[in-house]
Design a protein around this ligand. Sequence first.
Ligand code: KG4
Ligand code: ZN
Length: 337
Amino acid sequence: MKDNIKILAIETSCDETAAAISKNGLNILSSVVSSQVDWHRKYGGVVPEIASRKHMEFINPVVEETLKEARLQLKEVDAIAATYGPGLVGSLLVGLTYAKALALALNKPFIGVNHIAGHIYANFISKQDIKTPVVCLTVSGGHTDLLYFKEYGEYEILGRTKDDAAGEAFDKIARYLGLGYPGGPIIEKKAKKGREDAIDFPRPFLDKPNYDFSFSGLKTAVINYIHNKKQKGEKLNINDIAASFQKAVIDILTIKTTKAALNKGVNSVILSGGVAANERFKEVLEEKLSEHDIPLYYPDLELCTDNAAMISTVAYYQYKKNEFAELDLNADPNLKL
Ligand code: KG4
Ligand code: ZN
């Protein structure tokens, strides 16, 4: 195989328009992310139609910027990659179609990448000597997936959410309280000033023997609590609500992840997705795992949330295995690992 493989990857599965170039997988030459959060904020969540239109507006400048940062021309790139699922179909189609058109015009191989595989690999970009096998928890606005990972291509889904994703629960509670979007960082800030044991919110699914999650019951319990307080004309303590809700989410994620790590006998636990930005969550999980001498790793902040660097890294491993895609590859909003 050729040396110094440079792959241009494009990621548009949700509301971030991103492009990046990697060299031999883990060496990221450039990574550009244009967030649309300001356009979605006033609606309290991602509006799919707006997301697709903004991707179309941003994709060209983002790709140009990433080439400029890497000091490369398109013709010097060895392959073009794009996320083809899971995600919002309209958003996925913008990046995928753009990447396929580039591959066709440049006569370069094309690689279709699974977004969740990208989140897993974000960890290995941040810290390259993580010992496998690992249990990986991906927690974002769209996913709560617990999986076992041995090496490229060998994944086993252990469990996932049956309803809302963990990040989605943060976003919905914040919206209900009129705090803004995205909810995670706002709730985390309020929670720092509140008491975690102030309100006893439920921790659904902890009695179940599997590794699945459910957050919609917890969300409803928080909303009912607020509603009841308001009906009685009682004052709301937003900081206590935020802290108690956040602790319920953290407990659920920590207990299930630790159980999975022990049962699978892994060497490490890795985190990915936007909720992995939550400091209190990392602190609690790290402490619990350390009781069993299992180290916890999480990507640098800019690699936790959606980006194309992680897509480019996965694409390199696919390149090495000649896993190229045809140009009729379609977007798959429900793509599984
Ligand atoms: O991975 P990401 O950028 O996008 C996808 O959803 O794929 O994750 C965004 C999600 C949002 O739901 C946001 O509220 C949540 O991650 N989030 C957090 C924090 N920062 C972002 N949740 C809890 N605590 C945080 N500090
Ligand atoms: Zn994501």
